[in-house]
Design a protein around this ligand. Sequence first.
Ligand SMILES: [Zn+2]
Length: 276
Amino acid sequence: MTPRFVEVADRVHVLREPLLDVNVTLVVGDGAALVVDTLSTAGQAAGLAAAARAVTAHPWTVVNTHHHFDHCFGNALLAADPARPVYAHEATAEALRERPDEVRRAAYEEMRETHPELAAELADAELLAPTHAVRSEAVLDVGGRRVLLRHPGPGHTGGDLVVHVPDADVLVAGDLVEQGGPPAFEESYPLRWPDAVADLLRLTTPGTVVVPGHGELVDPGFVRAQQGQLAELARLIRAGHADGAPPERVAAEAPFGPRAALVATRRGYAELDGAA
Ligand SMILES: [Zn+2]
């Protein structure tokens, strides 16, 4: 069954793709629309395009929150013909433009055990690199609505962008905020991730609807609690590194469970060793 967009705030709609529980956000203005993230495959993106067309006939601009496959491998389907602008952080744009084979390979490796058919499709997906690179901030006019794209610093990746729609009090956080599973640390900056989440929290009000990369919509209280866990994890990583503790021992007592925390701890140690 093709997923549908659900309006979560004034002319802001969210679609949850069931396979990996990925959220896509659609912002509709007067004569223009914005699609945030494009899913994993051409097939998923075609479903997304049909779902968006059921909401609006306006041409869309695309934003990628980061370079992971489930957020940008649908770019070609959504923005190649007709050509539409695609915004991303400059590190995300660079990864998709300069290192598409590496990005495809990482996607394949991540999925090959749990979702072999998806993995095979990802391995030779047609990638479309972003056309507009954002360094720290950009403001878009989406049919009369002001939309802010902001890089809150390195966190889930080196190139995360959040999307703020102030007139509807919605913040699209990408994988900087995760609901339904632990944050993914494989390409993360665990020592700086808490600061990135603190930065995005400054865009919120008590009533802000926060769209995480995956899972249910959350509120700023949820985000603040996750920020606290990320800060605790970063503190444990620094302390363990200073004590010469093995990463496994740090991860055993860290938030998010030993498996995710071990990946985070290894990344943090490498950064503290000057290798990341
Ligand atoms: Zn991700």
